[in-house]
Design a protein around this ligand. Structure first.
Ligand code: G6P
Length: 467
């Protein structure tokens, strides 16, 4: 079996405390990756004045971790700058928030080149290379320039926008060109795959070969949807034994007979947190009998706080929260509980299980694993209801959720009422239907399917046809 080389900006070196951010990629990869022997390469998360051009190797048996430090300029230009201030908003359809700077773009290319040169020294001839996410789009082109001819796959964990949106970003044609150096490109949904193929056709004059192969300047790649899943069994187990946890007991006692609505997201403008709070405000306004009977818990770990748009969002959320709790709260009842700490997976699983409603309403999201974790954590006999944005990739699969437009506060408020009033029979039936999807397409299925496609004859034939 060939060795698997995974590359991602964040590397989840196993942490004995089990702490993790709410962001899904690192956890999904860790779960998927543990089935393979191999190497995981990426940023250490650390900044050094004079970082080594060779990675630090941490050996954990089955998986070796190869970690690169960045300079503070690298972090500023590559991570905070181009990846998170220019690309992230564009990929989430927020053209107005995208701040392009040529210096940041050069920093992004520089870090990709440094990573590729360091990684090229570690790659063996039979290795399968699997690159993850928007921080590293040019990595394959840089690896090719360093002489690497291995099969290289790329997985894009966030939405791929329509060509008209991506086209607003200076440098977008170069990014599209860099995509062509991968043998297989995975996205979460067919909509994303279609957007990327259309972008290549529209901006680079690509030719499409049926059904998923595109060709530019006689170079071919395959682009396909592979919806990422979760470890369903693990989440069920965690949720099932969470009752003894201190936080879960305190939350249960604090709730009394009140129902709980939960949202869990990184504090990111793509998640629609202020909009969701306002939809809840509207729900309380139109259903005054529900005041004091329901609590909305929003967990939103602080994220990318060096990026100005995230700091602004933090202020907007605080203001919205303060206004709603101030105007609608009562001495014995706070409508919205808001916490910005990071919780262990076992605690999150327990909170999901306590919640009658999972309120997951991003403005855009590649997949949204919280929606899936919420479903997996439910009590099969008495499950809660998932309210899910139609702009989350997960909505393409979880059709039995209450699907809403997060821009429409009236619709979201009505969905909250419907969820709280839903009969047990309907809740069970919707939950069973969602669980069957989660079980059929779990995280192991996702990784295995992508890697099978990467090594398939179809991919090899398409690559050989490149001349
Ligand atoms: C999203 C991205 C990941 C990223 C995560 C957390 O899920 O797709 O690539 O790791 O957010 O963001 P951060 O900037 O903290 O790595």
């Amino acid at each position: 079996m060939p060795r698997l080389v995974v590359v991602s900006n964040r590397v989840a070196v196993p942490d004995p405390t089990g702490n993790r951010a709410a962001g899904g990629l690192a956890v999904a990869l860790r779960e998927a990756f543990e089935a393979y022997r191999g190497l995981w390469f990426g940023w250490s998360g650390k900044v050094a004045a004079h970082p080594s051009t060779e990675p630090r190797i941490v050996d954990k048996g089955q998986v070796q971790y190869a970690l690169m430090d960045l300079t503070s300029l690298d972090r500023q230009e590559y991570y905070n700058g181009f990846a998170n201030r220019a690309l992230w908003p564009i990929m989430h359809y927020r053209i107005g928030l995208s701040e392009f700077s040529r210096a940041d773009y050069q920093g992004y290319l520089r870090v990709n080149r440094t990573f590729a040169n360091a990684l090229a020294q570690l790659i063996r001839p039979d290795d399968l290379v699997w690159v993850h996410d928007y921080h590293l789009i040019p990595l394959a082109a840089e690896l090719r320039a360093a002489g690497i001819t291995n099969l290289i796959g790329y997985f894009h964990h966030i939405p791929w926008p329509a060509p008209e949106v991506l086209g607003a970003l200076p440098g977008s044609r170069e990014l599209l060109r860099a995509i062509m150096d991968y043998n297989l490109v995975g996205v979460h949904t067919e909509r994303d795959a279609d957007n990327l193929r259309r972008g290549l056709i529209h901006d680079l004059g690509a030719i499409q070969h049926k059904p998923d192969v595109v060709e530019v300047d006689r170079q071919r790649t395959r682009i396909k949807g592979f919806p990422i899943g979760i470890d369903v069994g693990e989440f069920q187990r965690l949720a099932g034994r969470s009752q003894s946890n201190r936080i879960i007991r305190q939350t249960t006692d604090g709730l009394g007979s009140r129902k709980l609505i939960i949202g869990v997201d990184r504090l990111d403008y793509s998640k629609g947190i202020p909009e969701r709070m306002e939809a809840f405000e509207r729900f309380l306004g139109t259903n005054p009998d529900q005041r004091g009977r329901v609590t909305y818990l929003q967990i939103a770990p602080t994220s990318r706080s060096e990026v100005p748009e995230y700091a602004t969002l933090g202020r907007v959320v605080n203001e919205t929260l303060g206004r709603i709790n101030g105007t609608l709260g009562e001495p014995g009842w706070v409508p919205i509980h808001y916490v910005t700490s990071t919780y262990q997976r076992s605690v999150l699983a327990g909170l999901y299980r306590l919640a009658a409603v999972g309120l997951i309403t991003p403005m855009r999201d590649g997949m949204n694993l919280v929606a899936k974790e919420y479903v997996a954590a439910q009590d099969p006999a008495d499950p809660g209801v998932l309210i899910l944005s139609k702009f989350a990739g997960a909505a393409q699969q979880l059709k039995a959720a209450l699907i809403v437009n997060p821009n429409d506060k009236i619709e979201v408020a009505e969905a909250i009422r419907e969820a709280l009033q839903m009969s047990q029979e309907e809740r069970v039936s919707r939950w069973e239907s969602m669980m069957s999807v989660l079980q059929a397409q779990d995280v192991s299925w996702w990784a295995a399917t992508f890697l099978k496609e990467l090594t398939s004859n179809k991919t090899r034939t398409a690559s050989r046809a490149s001349v």
